[in-house]
Design a protein around this ligand. Structure first.
Ligand SMILES: [Zn+2]
Length: 279
């Protein structure tokens, strides 16, 4: 049966293979986005194609945000929860506080705002949640070994590993409450010859896009999270958030007139507060 008619499998069994470290054992719920980065609300979760509309399956429901039972307690609570998530959450909190002050104080937002962060930890958090959000067909089978997931797992598991040479992570302001985790899709513009392989993690106030083997012909009009891929795990860096260049909230997964996109629906999830229509 087409995934178009299957709800997103958020629950999963209590035991299985961890999607990050690939060990068999008890599975725990990973919240995407991480707990603390966003208010946990009652959400409907659809695949990407279901979110585009039409007569499809009922959505999956969660009372406390988008979550997937896919990873072990160590990857979830120690590596993600204690080591990396606090840095991603800290950036999101600081940016949200700033945006609220701008809105409530009727202030001029300016072109850009700088934040001091530990970008290597933020990148590892993003990669960890992308891996956790990749729900397998069966939790009883060892996660597939393939160049992209293997590289991302190694990068996540080894705290001192630099961002791999053929991986880039971009970020931009994401002014939407729709949360998305879209793994391993390809998009392109019919006017150009090259495809772009991407995974995307989006939740207010930021969107992260991980590119794999970006063709030289492709220019991404957003900032790199790790311009220096081997920056130390606890090295601080200035991260600029641009308030002028903001793509449509459904870019790049919803193609424009000259674009097209290829994706595996079963590794996509789109969460929206219950009873609000997806736009
Ligand atoms: Zn694990």
């Amino acid at each position: 049966m087409s995934n178009r008619f299957k709800p997103v499998r958020i629950k999963g069994p209590s035991q299985g293979y961890c999607q990050i470290c690939c060990k068999f054992g008890a599975l725990t719920y990973d919240h995407v986005p991480p707990q603390g980065a966003t208010r946990l609300t009652s959400v409907e979760i659809r695949t990407l194609s279901q979110s585009f509309g039409g007569a499809t399956a009922k959505p999956a429901y969660s009372q406390n945000g988008m979550k997937f039972r896919t990873i072990c307690s160590h990857c979830n609570n120690v590596k993600l929860g204690a080591n990396h998530d606090p840095h991603l959450i800290g950036l999101c909190d600081e940016l949200t506080t700033y945006l609220r002050a701008v809105v409530h104080g009727n202030l001029f937002v300016g072109d850009k705002r700088k934040f001091i962060v530990k970008p290597q930890r933020i990148a590892k958090a993003v990669v960890g949640h992308l891996l956790a959000g990749c729900v397998p067909e069966s939790h009883d089978v060892e996660p597939i070994s393939a160049p992209v997931p293997d590289t991302l797992r190694d990068y996540f598991m080894n705290e001192n590993a630099p961002l791999p040479k053929n991986v880039e992570i971009y970020y931009w302001l994401y002014p939407s409450n729709i949360q998305k985790i879209l793994n391993y899709f390809v998009f392109a513009d019919i006017r150009h010859k090259d495809f772009i392989s991407a995974s995307v993690l989006k939740f207010f106030p930021l969107s992260f896009m991980l590119l794999w083997d970006k063709p030289q012909s492709v220019t991404v009009p957003h900032q790199l999270l790790l311009p220096r891929k081997d920056i130390g795990i606890d090295e601080m860096e200035v991260l600029e958030v641009d308030f002028q260049i903001i793509p449509p909230t459904n870019w790049p997964e919803a193609p424009s007139d000259n674009g097209y996109v290829l994706f595996n629906d079963s590794v996509t999830a789109v969460a929206q507060e219950k009873n609000k229509r997806i736009r």
